[in-house]
Design a protein. Structure first.
Length: 150
């Protein structure tokens, strides 16, 4: 399983979970710490200006330890309504496009899959990632309209 953290500039970090393991709150909290360090290294000043984090409502993401880790990292957690499972840009934009690209390919090992994924993610230009976040903005506005109508 791949966890991909990205912004309008591109990929920040990719983490691959060992086969047979599950993402727990503690594991996700450690990923958030790695994310903070990567943001510090790649985007000077971004932490000081504020980082908005949107992830789905998976139990590992909403666990006490993960939420506390996000706060310690200085991330602002955006709300993710439980009735909108595909609000996270990775779910509606990044992963479907990645799947289109690698669909039908035969890989000899997990390492070959990870290499193909890493290559594809890093081959996408800034416009690709900006477009994904613009799609989020549209979805977010549609969600607000839907909520106001109800």
């Amino acid at each position: 399983m791949a966890s991909v953290f990205w912004d309008s500039q591109g990929v920040i970090i990719v983490d691959y979970l060992e086969q047979g393991k599950t993402i727990t709150g503690d594991y996700y909290a450690s990923l958030l710490m790695k994310l903070r360090d990567a943001v510090k290294d790649k985007s000077r000043g971004k932490l000081r200006n504020g980082v908005l984090l949107l992830h789905d409502n998976a139990p590992s993401h909403s666990s006490r330890v993960a939420v506390e880790s996000a706060k310690q990292c200085g991330f602002e957690l955006l709300p993710h309504p439980s009735y909108l499972p595909d609000l996270a840009p990775s779910d509606f934009y990044l992963f479907p496009k990645l799947k289109e690209n690698i669909c039908g390919q035969v890989f000899g090992s997990d390492d070959d899959v990870m290499t193909a994924v890493d290559t594809w993610l890093h081959d996408q230009d800034r416009v690709f990632y900006e477009h994904g976040l613009k799609q989020l903005e549209k979805r977010w506005q549609n969600e607000l309209m839907f909520t106001l109508i109800m």
